[in-house]
Write a protein that binds this ligand. Structure first.
Ligand SMILES: Nc1ncnc2c1ncn2[C@@H]1O[C@H](COP(=O)(O)OP(=O)(O)OP(=O)(O)O)[C@@H](O)[C@H]1O
Ligand SMILES: [Mg+2]
Length: 310
């Protein structure tokens, strides 16, 4: 299989005086599942629309497997499956008719179109609603129809704008499983507001705000930026007393009491978990919970997008 590649080169999109996407450059390769994170209005959907050829960049461009999205748009679009934000159009069509229509538009003829539609129906568990007009489906089912049309031609590159938005917990789980399943031989770019989704499916994450790339890292790298990384949190009776003892530990930089939880932050280069659990045992404190913190992605997200220190 040839190497797949997305290359965004200084992508820009202006709406009047608003700069929605500002000089975005990045490369993505086979096997990468890249998550776009960012606040509302950050420019995630706009970037995805440009990558998929639905929106012309104001300047800059992107190459999809070497095909320029501006000058060679058709070839670029052939490599791509795209789940746009919102619900599929063609609301009056039944699910089956719509997916067969998409399959034919993607170049499948006769029986092969029916088979492609059938396979997508099965992968997204749509068997129960195939004869229903799309506009009569619930939000989550509409989303699944959108996902089904995006994978119908087994594209090399998948661009999914909030793929699990509106899905129930079981379907979220299924769709994340599906994404991981397909990831090895494709490039997958998703946008999401669910930070746990980044952990569950992505091996790379980009944080975007005001159209600009702020961070490009692995999920583990992101979480390690949290000030909670390697901290120890306890839920304990008489937390004030416990806090004053723990704050005397030479390995502790700081102790914070917040919403009934006590968090001890390590001094630079120090490990805390053992010494804290030893201290708990020695003092026979009644501890309901004691945990080593990996880091908190929501706090990292806030810090990076709002320059906030919690
Ligand atoms: N057609 C348009 N005309 C004018 N402004 C637009 C248009 N489409 C998007 N914008 C603006 O561009 C900016 C980026 O929007 P975009 O939809 O890309 O954000 P997003 O990161 O996908 O946000 P969300 O998390 O809410 O989906 C926003 O300020 C938005 O209002
Ligand atoms: Mg969006």
């Amino acid at each position: 299989m040839s190497e797949l590649r997305i290359e965004a080169r200084q992508l820009c999109k202006n709406y009047g005086s608003l700069v929605a996407v500002d000089q975005l450059s990045f490369e993505v390769g086979t096997g990468e599942v890249l998550g776009f994170l960012g606040p509302n209005g950050a420019g995630k959907s706009t970037t995805m629309k440009m990558l998929t050829g639905f929106l012309a960049p104001s300047s800059g461009t992107a190459l999809i497997n070497g095909h320029d999205i501006v000058t060679d748009s058709l070839a670029a679009r052939r490599c791509i499956g795209y789940l746009p934000e919102g619900a599929p159009s063609y609301g009056e069509m039944t699910v089956r008719a719509f997916l067969e229509f998409v399959a034919r538009a993607r170049g499948f003829a006769g029986k092969r179109a029916l088979n492609a539609a059938g396979a997508a129906i099965e992968r997204l568990n749509l068997q129960g609603v195939v004869e229903q007009p799309i506009e009569t489906l619930s939000k989550g089912f509409k989303r699944r129809v959108g996902l089904a049309q995006s994978i119908i031609h087994d594209p090399q590159v998948l661009i999914l704008d909030e793929p699990t938005d509106g899905l129930d917990p079981n379907q979220k789980h299924e769709v994340r499983h599906l994404i991981r399943d397909m990831a090895e031989e494709k490039i997958i770019v998703i946008s999401t507001h669910l930070l746990e989704e980044v952990h569950a499916v992505c091996n790379r994450a980009m944080i975007i705000a005001d159209g600009r790339l702020l961070v490009d890292d692995t999920p583990a790298g992101l979480i390690a930026r949290s000030r909670y990384h390697d901290a120890v949190t306890l839920v304990v009776e008489q937390p004030e007393r416990v806090a004053s003892v723990l704050s005397e530990l030479p390995q502790a930089r700081k102790v914070e009491l917040r919403e009934g939880e006590l968090t001890v932050f390590p001094a630079p280069g120090q490990r805390l978990f053992e010494v804290v659990s030893d201290t708990v045992r020695e003092n026979r404190w009644a501890v309901a919970e004691l945990r080593l913190e990996a880091g908190r992605l929501d706090e990292v997200f806030r810090q990076i997008t709002r320059g906030e220190v919690s």
